[in-house]
Design a protein around this ligand. Structure first.
Ligand code: GLU
Length: 465
């Protein structure tokens, strides 16, 4: 194991968003490529907005995508004593101070600054120490340097510099004694030995403040990589208006996790013009430096295309397992009918999602369907009845009911009757499937099994008759 340490640090205030999932994925990939350690940290200091439900949703999303972590989950809510200790240390070293300014005083100063066209900033009233006025409430502020520049070389965005005189004396502990966000992130990343921080670029403005804290605490500053956000087709930030943004919603829409992973990684990262990457290939080829500087646009059609690819590539047995809940949602118990992996095999080419596959599989399990009216009017005609009957009789005697056996039987049958396949095929299809949009008839017969295929052919004969 190398000493590379990465983390994903979600705030549990909702589901796992596709943007968050991509950040998690980038961290995970890099940790795997570098043979480092991947840490999961739940940033639940905002007690009012954090929920257990949302923690569960995040863990579930990570699990679904196959992003396993080596340490954690650590919960910030369980680390308050650690933060307290560091606040006290900074105060003792004169690097932080108690500020007794009241919210009203601060607000008045802020308004004045705005009126005079100055940038509102803490004016430093308490910075150099004040007499402790009894039990007056106070916050603790970081005594940030006001001169110089804070510079970092972002692995994605390049060099970024902030003038220190623009940075405020950050509050690190509120008057109720709880620590603030920018402070706990630094304490955690520092004490957890994080070597590279990969996170959304909405945190870029926090980074200089955090760097100053690392320096004050005497910890090495990690490297930073700020990932551009994900946009919708209209180039605004991806939101519910553009469709589902929760990773698990994509599972429910019938996407495979490998398609999601492949899609998310390509949303911002590229390697030549290759589109399809196995997990192993990603681990080998991914690099944070190759992530683009500009925002990626979420393209549902491409995700569908990738999903179709992975559905075609997957083992039918695995897809069958994933398909079961979708079948049950449609009131079908797959145990009650044809072998599900065989059914899946007939549908892989034509299904872009498991939802499409489940819809396409219904006819296998609900044999007493109503025929598609147009298809029945065209193909289940009196002339077809004797052909379907003769075919059923021939099928009944068939020993080899594999696709090859069935195909041979059809060839023999049309030769005997002196007809073309097109003269009987559509009627067979409608009899077996209820309509004309279906997998090939040999595959369907194989998957249905001889008994059920016979029953359906004879049902059609009876209905025509
Ligand atoms: N908890 C923060 C968020 O969910 C992430 C902070 C970080 O990665 O530094 O946006």
């Amino acid at each position: 194991m190398s000493d590379v340490r990465l983390r994903f640090a979600p705030s549990p205030t909702g589901y796992l968003h596709v943007g968050g999932a991509r950040t998690a994925l980038f961290n995970w990939l890099l940790s795997r490529r570098e043979k480092g350690t991947f840490i999961l940290r739940i940033e639940d200091t905002d007690v009012a907005r954090s929920t257990q439900e949302s923690v569960d949703a995040i863990l579930q999303g990570m699990e679904w995508l196959g992003l396993d972590w080596d340490e954690g989950p650590f919960y910030q809510s369980e680390r308050f004593p650690v933060y307290k200790e560091f606040v006290e240390k900074l105060v003792a070293e004169g690097k932080a101070y108690r500020c007794y300014c009241t919210p009203e005083e601060l607000e008045a100063k802020r308004e004045l600054a705005m009126k005079e066209g100055r940038k509102p900033k803490y004016d430093g009233t308490c910075r150099n120490g004040v007499e402790e006025p009894g039990d007056k409430p106070y916050v603790i502020r970081f005594k940030a340097p006001h001169e110089g520049v804070t510079v970092f070389d972002d692995l994605i965005k390049g060099r970024i510099a902030f003038n220190n005189d623009e940075l405020d004396d950050l509050i690190i502990q509120r008057s109720d004694g709880t620590p603030t966000y920018n402070f706990v992130v630094v304490i955690d990343d520092a004490t957890m030995g994080i070597t590279t921080v990969i996170r959304g670029d909405d945190h870029i403005n926090n980074t200089p403040r955090q760097i100053l804290l690392y320096e004050a605490l005497g910890y090495p500053v990690p490297r930073f990589a700020h990932v551009p956000m994900i946009l919708g087709a209209d180039k605004t930030r991806l939101s519910k208006r553009h469709g589902a943004t929760s990773v698990m919603a994509y599972r429910d829409m019938g996407f495979l996790p490998e398609a999601m992973v492949n899609y998310l990684v390509r949303l911002g990262w590229s390697h030549g013009d290759q589109e399809i990457f196995s997990r192993e290939e990603l681990i080998e080829k991914f690099s944070i430096e190759a992530v683009g500087k500009s925002a990626g646009v979420f393209n549902p059609d491409k995700l569908l295309w990738l999903n179709h690819h992975y559905i075609k590539e997957s083992a039918p047995e695995r897809l069958a397992e994933l398909l079961v809940p979708f079948m049950k949602e449609r009131g079908i118990d797959p145990e009650s009918g044809p072998n599900l992996p065989l059914v899946v095999k007939t549908l892989q080419e034509r299904s872009r999602t498991l939802v499409e596959m489940a819809d396409g599989a219904i006819f296998y399990y609900q044999g007493d369907f109503a025929y598609d009216e147009q298809a029945a009017a065209k193909h289940l005609v009196p002339d077809a009845a004797p052909l379907l009957k003769a075919l059923a009789d021939k099928l009944e005697a068939l020993a080899d009911c594999s696709q090859t056996g069935i195909e041979a039987l059809f060839k023999e049958f049309i030769a005997e009757k002196g007809i073309k396949l097109g003269q009987v095929g559509p009627a067979v299809r409608v009899s077996l499937c209820g309509g004309t949009a279906s997998p090939g008839i040999y595959e369907v017969i194989e998957a249905l099994g001889k008994e059920e295929a016979l029953r359906r052919l004879r049902r059609a004969v009876a209905i025509i008759g």
